[in-house]
Design a protein around this ligand. Structure first.
Ligand code: UDP
Ligand code: MG
Length: 312
């Protein structure tokens, strides 16, 4: 029987886990002809999540992979995909039930219909406030900024076939932006629309700061636009600088007296140019820091315990 693995990163999700487990069990019944394995990747939870998952692993369809500390959503997802390479298809989803498990049969149907990459596409989302504004701005702009098309309104939720997982696992970069890497893969793609739910319980495990860094990873991993913007603004400033210089040089040659006012202009120019240069250095630094991280070649995550041990 083909094996479907469901990879779920978990960080302090004790309040939602009972309902998640219950709803996943309901889904198994809706997937005839498929063996299912749920791989929970515990990303250094400090609450009762591990105990709950360990209790669930009495059912051999549930499996626990523990990382040695909190590495973050993307590293946890990477760990899960690396440990699900034996499956014929892998579902990736969040633990908080914002991605409804009830959509899994539709994702599987699209995979059976020949798609290697099935994307769950949000038609609506239920977050409010700053998060919502941030998500909407990001998805509106990111498509235009990235060097190749990345589907808008997609997140972690979706399905990858065995060969798509193998291709993804072969990518070694450390700053991982999953939707971008998945778009980079190519293959036959299918989309399944869904409404993103409210978090079932608990508070978002990802802080706004982390989400912002994640958005930056998306931009800097998939776009040279920031560098190009620095070049363009340099060209514009150098061009206008040349024009202004020529203007004053001519006036001097024509014998026009130099006026000794202009202090305000000088201060503004110095501060403006200094600021632009610092921004340029900052943009370079973003790329440089990422290059440094790649060169160090540290592993993306460290496994503390794989329970039960991975099948050969
Ligand atoms: N998560 C994780 N490590 C972290 C933060 C989050 O494994 O450091 C998991 C979390 O348990 C959830 C998923 O990643 O399953 C998405 O997190 P969250 O719901 O907080 O993010 P958002 O919905 O805001 O993207
Ligand atoms: Mg969430």
């Amino acid at each position: 029987m083909p094996l479907l693995a469901i990879v779920i990163p978990v960080f302090n999700e004790e309040p939602v886990l009972p309902e998640l487990l219950r709803r996943l069990e309901g889904i198994f019944a809706a997937l005839p002809g498929l063996a299912c394995e749920v791989l929970f990747v515990d990303d250094g939870s400090r609450d009762g999540s591990v105990a709950l998952i360990t209790a669930a692993t009495r059912d051999p369809r549930f499996r626990l992979l523990r990382l040695s500390r909190n590495f973050g959503h993307q590293p946890a997802l990477t760990a899960g995909l690396a440990h699900a390479a034996h499956a014929d298809a892998v579902i990736t989803m969040d633990a908080d039930l914002q991605d409804p498990p009830e959509l899994i049969p539709d994702l599987v149907a699209a995979w059976r219909g020949g798609a290697d990459v099935v994307l769950a596409v949000r038609t609506a989302r239920s977050e409010g406030g700053l998060r919502r504004v941030g998500f909407e701005l990001f998805h509106r702009w990111f498509g235009r900024v990235s060097d190749f098309p990345i589907e808008a309104n997609t997140g972690t939720f979706g399905l990858l076939s065995a060969r798509a997982v193998a291709a993804l696992n072969a990518l070694e970069e450390r700053h991982r932006f999953f939707p971008g890497l998945r778009a980079w893969l190519g293959f036959n793609r299918a989309e399944v629309p869904y409404e993103r739910q409210e978090r079932a319980a608990g508070t978002p495990a990802q802080t706004l700061r982390r989400l912002f860094r994640y958005a930056l990873d998306g931009v800097f991993s998939f776009s040279y636009l920031p560098l190009r913007l620095v070049t363009y603004s340099g060209l514009v400033i150098a061009g206008s600088g040349f024009a202004v210089a020529a203007f004053f040089a001519f006036r001097r040659l024509l014998g026009v007296e130099i006026a000794f006012t202009g202090f305000t202009t000088l201060v503004m120019l110095v501060l403006f140019l200094g600021g632009v240069q610092l921004i340029g250095i900052g943009v370079l630094g973003e790329y440089l820091g990422r290059i440094y991280d790649e060169v160090k070649r540290r592993p993306i995550y460290v496994v503390r315990q794989d329970n039960p041990p991975a099948q050969p």
